[in-house]
Design a protein around this ligand. Structure first.
Ligand code: AMP
Length: 500
């Protein structure tokens, strides 16, 4: 059985493996190195995944599920889902347990099923290449993923018929790609600006120990925001000139968005990019086109604030880690948007040095995943990944507040125990609402589970003491167990349907 690495991205995914000591990306049979993380249903109800799915995004956007990673493991009512929903062309609904469902050809799918389809496709690519039907995988996830999202990735892997050997954080994978098999004793910053999210991780590598010092993210900052600035700019200009608004025209906006992204990428290489969209709309005088020569300087003016915002996040990450920019030995860039020259320039100014050229921003995570897979395959010891809890874990209190039990940025694995007592005579159960997030208010954090400790002995109030232990493993996954202090016996725990 072979172990591969999988970078499960918002926009694209990528499989990789170490062969003859060299990590490499596994190409698909058509020769592609990345696989769009897209699932689609044709009007004839055929299922498409990857490039084939991507191709119909223009003609059938309502049944093309893209960007689903932003919905994974979230509740429908969460502000994140409500916000991303507005920019999606496909329908999103609330499931029976408050979870998110996506609608494809009028049928509801759990987000984890969409991921299972993507992972099944990746498994197929790996199987074809390796000629091995049994695949295990190391899968990477964003550092800010909470317990539910990590558990869902494991579930999706299982549904795709793939054993998940380990889940590791994307920045940690990038650091492995950078430091593995080298004598590296350094402080690093991993600056990851992808399609939809931004994460900064401060890390120390010493003697094969990869210790995360802090990780701070912004779930709503990524390449898409850069595209949106261009779209807004051009749509406004178009409206000024023609008096026609494109706001309600989905197809026109989608075409404009694709053209904006293309132009943005071109402007990473050139000073000007031409945008040409014939027949984007029609007015009283007939069809109208949108044509514009966008300059790099204009793009920089439009997006400078976004880049500045990423530096604010770097500042917080360094503060938490107790570091200053001059203490950082190298900056690793991850994510396609880091190719923008302005991003480079601002990072260089802030840290006082150029980012590392040693790792490829698109492949670093996949390569790191392959390295981890190889470490597991060979049973290599000594390489230690010490990650942190990205968001505080705690309990919802009756007054609506959130009581933090394991603060964010605590190194994992970590265990914490608390004693709970009964408030009523003969109380036979205790219920806990376990949450994860940054807010002081329970309802603003993600619900992980509702747990009931049942079958407690009938005793006067306050006499039954239940010791509850919260343990977060190296993958950031939480388990809760409980003991009756008097008897030392495990108390029956009942985890209710998660998002009930
Ligand atoms: P990722 O999630 O890492 O694949 O990042 C994808 C994001 O990077 C998208 O928003 C792309 O538009 C952006 N991107 C890819 N290539 C470039 C480039 N050459 N210049 C600027 N942005 C890019």
């Amino acid at each position: 059985m072979k172990i591969i690495g999988i970078d499960l991205g918002t926009t694209n995914s990528c499989a990789s493996i170490v062969e003859k000591g060299q990590p490499r990306v596994i190409p698909s049979s058509q020769g592609y190195l990345t696989i769009p993380s897209v699932v689609a249903f044709t009007p004839e109800d055929k299922l498409l995944v990857g490039y084939d799915a991507m191709r119909q995004s223009l003609t059938n956007p309502e049944n093309t599920i893209q960007g689903a990673k932003r919905l994974l493991g979230r509740q429908y009512k969460s502000w994140v889902v409500q916000k991303v929903k507005q920019s999606f062309y496909y329908e999103i609904a609330e499931g029976k347990f408050g979870e998110v469902e996506v609608i494809g050809n009028n049928r509801p799918f759990a987000v984890v099923e969409i991921f299972a389809l993507i992972l099944r496709y990746i498994r197929q690519v790996a199987e074809d290449y390796l000629k091995d039907p049994e695949i295990r995988a190391v899968i990477t996830v964003p550092a800010h993923f909470n317990d539910r999202q990590r558990t869902d990735v494991r579930r999706a892997g299982k549904m795709a018929g793939m054993e998940v050997a380990r889940i590791i954080n994307e920045p940690t994978a990038a650091a492995l790609a950078y430091g593995y098999r080298k004598e590296v004793n350094k402080n690093l910053v991993i600056y990851d600006l992808g399609g939809g999210t931004f994460d900064v991780t401060a890390m120390n590598i010493e003697n094969k120990v990869y210790q995360v010092l802090s990780t701070v993210g912004d779930t709503f900052l990524g390449g898409i925001d850069f595209d949106n600035r261009i779209v807004e700019y051009l749509a406004e200009k178009f409206e000024r000139e023609t008096k026609i608004s494109l706001a309600e025209d989905r197809v026109a906006l989608q075409r404009l968005r694709i053209a904006a992204e293309e132009a943005k990428k071109e402007l990473s290489l050139r000073k000007e990019a031409e945008i040409k969209l014939p027949f984007i709309s029609s007015g009283p005088q007939g069809p109208l086109s949108l044509e514009y020569l966008l300059k790099r300087t204009e793009l920089e003016l439009l997006t400078e604030k976004l880049v500045e915002k990423t530096l604010d996040t770097c500042r917080s990450a360094l503060d938490i880690a107790g570091l200053t920019p001059d203490k950082i030995d190298d900056i690793i860039l991850v994510g396609g948007q880091t190719r923008m020259p302005l991003v480079w320039e601002k990072i260089k100014n802030y840290f006082g040095k150029s980012p590392s050229k040693g790792v490829h921003p698109d492949e670093a995570v996949a390569i790191g995943a392959a390295i981890m897979a190889d470490i597991i395959t060979r049973g290599e010891t000594g390489v230690l990944l010490l990650d942190v809890v990205p968001l505080s874990i705690g309990l919802g209190l009756p007054d609506g507040r959130f009581k933090e039990l394991i603060p964010k940025n605590t190194t994992v694995p970590v265990k914490k125990s608390m004693i709970f007592t009964t408030h009523k005579d003969d109380q036979s159960s205790v219920q806990l609402v376990v949450l994860q997030g940054d807010s002081a208010w329970a309802k603003e954090n993600e619900l992980l589970s509702k747990i009931a400790f049942t079958g407690l002995p009938a005793k006067p109030k306050g006499e039954v003491k239940v010791e509850v232990t919260f343990a977060v493993d190296t993958e950031g996954i939480l388990t809760v167990s409980a003991l009756d202090k008097a008897t030392g016996k495990e108390v029956t725990t009942q985890v209710s349907a998660r998002a009930e």
